[in-house]
Every structure is written in C-alpha cells, then in structure tokens.
Design a protein around this ligand. Sequence first.
Ligand code: SF4
Length: 404
Amino acid sequence: MVNSSSKQKTGIYIHYPFCLSKCIHCDFYSLPLGRDNKSIEKKYIYALLDEIRLYRSILSVREPSTIYLGGGSPNLLSIRDLHSILDCICEVTGVARPVEFSIEINPASDIGDKLEGYKALGVNRISIGVQSFSNKMLKFLRRPHSVEDSLETYKMLRDWGFENINMDLIFGFPMQTLDEFKKDLETVVGLGPEHISVYNLIYERDTPLYRMRQTGKVEALDEDVEWQMWVYMHKFLEDSGYTHYEVSNFAIDGKESVHNLNYWNRKEYFGFGPSAHSFSNGIRWWNVRDLGAYIGKVEEKEFPMERKEVIEKKDQIEEIFMLSMRVKDGVRKESIEKIAAWGNELFVEVVRGLEKYTPDYLSLSKDEIVVNYKGWFILDEILVNVFHILDAFWREIYDSQENS
Ligand code: SF4
C-alpha cells in the first residue's frame, strides 16, 4: 500500500445504522441493535463492503484524505469489522492511511476494550456524543449513558493518547436554564477537548420529541433564553481559546474537522451505508433509508441509491450561499464567478439586499459576505432573503433571454 499524492483527494463517510436504543430527538437513520438482530448487523457489514467494491473503478483513482464513521453508534462495531471496512477501503483505493480518520462514539464504560484497536487501525480523531453534563437532560433524551460515563470515556481516551477529541453538546432543552447551560460549558472547557460541537435541540418531524411538543407534553424553550445561551456560549468558548469556525462548531487552532470542512466547501465525498449521501463532479446522490432495501440492492449488485441529482448552475450557487454562510470565512465572490459569467452582478445584488443586516449580523464588501455569530443565530431568516434575491435575479435573466 502506498500513500499517493497524485491522486484526487476525497472524503469517505461510512454510515453505521445501529444504536443501543433510540433517543427521542433523533432523526438519523438508526435501528436498535439487540442480541437477536446481531445477524442483521453481519449482513449490513457484507453489504457495506460490497457497496464500497461497486465503486472500485471510481475510487481506484482517488485518495481518501478523510474517513468518517458516523451513525448510529459506530462504537458498537467490533474491531474485526472495523478492520474489514478499512481493509476494503485500502484495497479499492490502494491508500493505507487517511490524514484524518474519525469515529463517533457514545460514552460507555466498555469503550476501553476498543481503544487499543482504534489506535492500531490509525483512528486519530474521536467524537464523543456527550450531549449534556446533566443526568436530568440525558434522561430526558433517553440516552443510555450517564455524565459519569462521559467523564470516564474521556479519561480513557486521554490515557490511550488520543490527541484530537470532539465533544458534542446540545443546548435549548425544554426548561433548561442559562445557568445549567453555563455549567455544561464550564465542564467541557475544564476537560479541554480540541473540538466542541454545540447543537440547538431541534424538534424534527416524525420524532417522539416532536410529538411530545405537538401534544403539549413539552414546551420549547423561550427564544430569548436560547439567544442568551447563544451569546454566552460564543463569548465563553472564544475567550477559552476555541474559534467559532462554523455555526455549531468550535476548535482550537488547527483542529477544525477536515472532513466536515470538505462538506461546507463543497468538496467531493462518497458516503456508504443506508441513508449515506455523496457528492462528486457536480452530482449529489443518496442511498435508500432502509436497511433491508439497502442490503437487497447491493446483493443484486446494484448501487443502493434512492436518488441522484445533477446540480444545475442555479442550485450550485444556492448551495454556495447556504454552505459558505455557515463558516467563518464566508462567501467569496470568486466562487460565484467561477460558476457563472454574471456572478459579479448577482453578488452585487445579494450584497445590496443584505445591507439591512450590517453591521450587527454580517459584514459586506464587494468581494465577500461574512456572517458573524449573531447572524448565525438567525441564519435561516438571512438565507430566505438571499433566496428571494436569487429568485428575482434568475427571473430577470430568463425574461431577458426570452425577449432577446
Ligand atoms: S445515539 Fe445518536 S444516532 Fe443513536 S439514536 Fe441517539 S442521537 Fe440517534
């Protein structure tokens, strides 16, 4: 095996679709893994390896610079199965080690048994699904772990010498107070992971949490309190040495997630497993969100896609605004000009339309639009404005084409 630098770099995402139990807010594709459905996990692994091999001709000319195992709870994977997945990626790409090899884990006391295996396989970034340092909040989400499990897991990772650790947190629980959230932030900073992701609790459709709100069993947190939490979080984490480099992500210098930055920068990636998404050569596709259908398709030697879309010029530009406004570097005019000859005109229109948000929520110049942390809190509203401006612009272009 060689590490080649002449090959096209790409990201690889593996979706592991099993968890110990289902959390009430979760809309990821995951199934509870009991002892009685261990055999379905085996079938999933075979199908996953076969799916990766279906991409052999495409992947053989690529070098995976990042591999990310997400889910689900990929820490339930045995080291032997993880080894098989990595071997398979190496076999089809001819590349031995990615620059960044991440795995998501859920805190559990038995995770220690796997850490030696992770080290041996070259896993160099671990993301822990802590979610909260309050057992009350963890119980509310029906997480199977406790705060003590999180602390023990973190300690074990450090003892094994892992130097790039992310902790996932959630804020905005019903009835959560600002002081409770401050304690979470103080605890995480006291531990000192290299990377912290903080997500707002979302009431996703078709989740038990959504139904609880619909039936009045829970009430969403007041938006003013969420705003206070947001402002406090930004200032506190930045003052503690973490750069707020994306809406939900903070890192110490040099420890930003390379894999996720690829998504936001619209770089190529291939996703494997049920519900996994991919993007390459201006085409996006995603796999079926059903394990049985996924296994069935792969057994028939078919790509297990649900849908594939060629991203037209208009959609490419919308994506650039949508993704680049999430990151601290913002939207560069050149990136729009590369796609369309009239990129400059369009950019000027968007800048004009967003003037009402300066200076509080974003900064504007003739070459870039940079949304700040206050703007990120109302990003959906800002994007609605951007899309209206883009729609009006497209209409003008089509009208002038029709009339010419
Ligand atoms: S552990 Fe993660 S993927 Fe699994 S159910 Fe909970 S939130 Fe969803």
